[in-house]
Design a protein around this ligand. Structure first.
Ligand SMILES: [Zn+2]
Ligand SMILES: [Zn+2]
Length: 285
């Protein structure tokens, strides 16, 4: 009986009632459509053994979603469908290979381009920073005198160190230190008004306002530091002749002033948080 079925699996067939074929996709039988070709693509027996060639192709298309290399399995028995393609000649085979190769290589090329662009941006940024900090002429002379390899490795580390430095949250440590000192030495409260409300019974249980590291903020802050340092140096230390010293002085004073404001701001936020009250509901009529 099985052999009989195999011989008649394509095209019209005269099945007897016992072996009536039903398509598990469209539920049609031989009587509904006498011409549609059938296939039994897997190990399934019984009602899910037969399926229309066209119905199964539609189902496979749906599973593959346009990617003809995706393997499709029978939902019942799990057997992978064997899909045969007609031989389209050597050229088609070659084009197919080329296509697959391009598909595989492109992500690496794209990643390389992105990494390369970031690297060259970092090199350029490093060079600009050197000229900004030590002066255009001096920077140019120094870089021209340096080994190119040293420059290619050294210059991109400048933005990296700036970003790493920006991620050191020293203000938080200072804030914690001041709070701890205020608990131990209450007279400090009169020197630092912002800490007046710091409870003297111990460290407040109020959650410290979380201040998550924000990537764009770190990036902008870190990369603008040399410019700010140069400007601050020119503004506040015009008497200093050496470019590097003046910029360093400008940078350090900027960081210190900014740190003081940040500590103050965070402490005030903390005070606001620990002295907040939830108000009674007022019936509005
Ligand atoms: Zn069907
Ligand atoms: Zn199956």
């Amino acid at each position: 009986m099985a052999d009989e079925l195999q011989q008649t699996d394509v095209g019209n067939s005269q099945e007897d009632e016992d072996n009536k074929r039903y398509c598990w996709v469209c539920y049609a039988s031989d009587e509904d459509d006498e011409t549609a070709p059938w296939v039994k693509p897997c190990r399934c027996r019984g009602t899910t053994k037969w399926v229309h060639q066209s119905c199964l192709q539609r189902w496979v298309d749906e599973k593959q979603k346009g990617n003809s290399t995706v393997k499709v399995n029978c939902p019942q028995c799990g057997i992978e469908y064997h899909i045969a393609f007609p031989n389209m000649g050597q050229l088609m085979l070659f084009l197919d290979r080329v296509d697959a190769l391009i598909y595989k290589v492109c992500p690496f090329v794209a990643a390389g381009v992105v990494v390369g662009s970031i690297y060259w941006t970092a090199v350029t940024y490093g060079a600009i920073t050197v000229m900004q900090v030590v002066g255009y002429q001096e920077g140019m002379t120094q870089m021209e005198a340096s080994d190119p390899l040293v420059l290619l490795v050294g210059l991109p580390t400048i933005p990296i160190f700036l970003i790493l430095g920006k991620m050191v949250r020293w203000e938080d440590k200072v804030l914690r230190l001041i709070r701890a000192s205020v608990h131990r030495l209450p007279f400090l409260k009169y020197l630092l008004p912002a800490f007046r409300y710091e409870s003297s019974v111990g460290v407040s249980t109020t959650a410290v306002i979380s201040d998550p590291v924000n990537a764009t903020r770190v990036l902008c802050g870190a990369l603008s530091l040399p410019t700010i340092a140069t400007v601050a140096g020119r503004l506040f230390f015009p008497a200093v002749q050496d470019n590097l010293t003046r910029t360093l002085l400008g940078g350090v004073s900027f960081l210190v002033v900014k740190g003081i404001f940040k500590v103050y701001y965070k402490q005030q936020q903390h005070v606001m948080q620990s002295r907040r009250k939830i108000i009674d509901y007022q019936q509005v009529r």
